[in-house]
Design a protein around this ligand. Structure first.
Ligand SMILES: NC(=O)c1ccc[n+]([C@@H]2O[C@H](COP(=O)([O-])OP(=O)(O)OC[C@H]3O[C@@H](n4cnc5c(N)ncnc54)[C@H](OP(=O)(O)O)[C@@H]3O)[C@@H](O)[C@H]2O)c1
Length: 329
């Protein structure tokens, strides 16, 4: 455990990315306030957070909900930075698009207002998504996207299945609205744009993205299109990038965070070489869909960030965690 580095707030502590990020922050010597949604019957087991090394002394868990934008005040009070990771990640979407989008925007603006009220928060780092970047008719023949690309809401509605479009629209409009609000109020906001996140996990559930990336062994045909040309990042690299950007004095604006782009054939090769115990579904050959562009992380690397992991490590970590939790039986 390093020296005491001060207190940060991480929203959505139960999630795949946030729980890994909290583990890393505690290890680096930060005190962490995290938020979880209310659990009236106290049925939820949060021991994967409370039993982390250092959690006894340095982790405090607060209740807050994006549906109640003022509810983040207590968790943010006294923090020097906020890593806003929580999002309504509903696949397939249960609520209508407008509800998901308003929840995400209002909740995120509520978080920014809490930061202003706190008078202690110096920077907010928001986890956006590749979904806020690639869905645009003008991006069709692009190989790599830098941070100047934005998804277009009409294009999302036209091209994506309604079960996926709510998420993409909510991420696009939330990032835009947060950036405008921060600029108007002189708040230091940095946004990070991850593609598919893969690697080990401490939260109990297998995340939808992990499931999608394991489609060739799970045989989920509906997920093959995600892997036709998939930009990816290891969850530990993403978490380190979020901390790096919170700490770096010159960080400004948006940052793509993707180490690799792989095809479904490369994924099949990795899986069949490293894990001959799994049978690759024959239907993988039928994978069809548009070839999505990759995400250039030049801006992030030019600032000094170094990725540590490759795609093989991402798969290794995810499969290991799934096996440990009995999720691949
Ligand atoms: N995983 C990926 O491949 C990926 C890729 C690009 C971007 N991202 C972004 O990374 C961030 C983290 O995603 P993740 O992969 O860690 O997803 P996740 O595991 O589904 O985590 C989402 C978190 O948000 C919380 N949340 C959902 N609705 C909420 C609400 N109404 N109020 C408060 N909290 C709420 C969830 O709480 P509950 O546990 O109570 O549901 C959970 O803690 C998100 O912003 C996502 O858009 C993820």
């Amino acid at each position: 455990m390093g020296e005491d580095k001060g207190t940060l707030c991480v929203t959505g502590g139960t999630g795949y990315v946030a729980s890994w990020l909290i583990k890393l922050l505690l290890h680096q010597g930060y005190s962490v306030h995290t938020t979880v949604r209310a659990d009236p019957g106290n049925k939820r087991d949060l021991s994967f957070l409370s039993s982390l090394p250092g959690a006894d002394e340095k982790l405090k868990i607060f209740t807050a909900d994006l549906d109640r934008p003022d509810s983040f005040d207590a968790a943010i009070k006294g923090c020097k930075g906020v890593l806003h990771v929580a999002a309504p990640v509903d696949f397939p979407a249960k609520d209508p698009e407008a509800v998901v989008t308003q929840r995400s925007i209002n909740g995120s603006l509520g978080i920014l207002k809490s930061c202003l009220r706190s008078k202690t928060v110096k920077r907010v780092v928001y986890t956006s998504s590749i979904a806020a970047v690639y869905n645009n008719i003008h991006n069709k023949d692009v190989e790599m996207m830098d941070e100047s690309y934005w998804s277009d809401v009409d294009c999302i509605r036209e091209t994506l299945d309604p079960s996926e479009s709510s998420y993409a629209i909510s991420k696009t409009l939330t990032e835009k609205t947060m950036s405008e609000f921060a600029a108007q109020h002189g708040l230091d906001l940095v946004t990070v744009i991850p593609p598919m996140v893969l690697g080990p996990f401490i939260c109990p559930k297998m995340h939808g993205t992990v499931r999608a990336t394991l489609a060739p062994i799970l045989g989920n045909k509906g997920d093959y299109h995600f892997l036709i040309n998939a930009a990816m990042v290891h969850v530990d690299d993403l978490s380190r990038a979020l901390i790096f950007l919170l700490e770096h004095p010159e960080a400004k604006g948006r940052y793509n965070c993707s180490s690799d782009t792989v095809t479904i054939q490369q994924v099949v090769e990795i899986l069949s070489t490293s894990h001959p115990e799994f049978r690759i579904a024959e239907s993988v050959g039928e994978a069809k869909g548009p070839k999505l562009p990759g995400l250039s992380s030049k801006k992030l690397m030019d600032l000094g960030f170094k990725f540590k992991y490759g795609v093989k490590d991402m798969y290794e970590g995810a499969i290991q965690s799934c096996k440990e939790k009995g999720l691949l039986e």
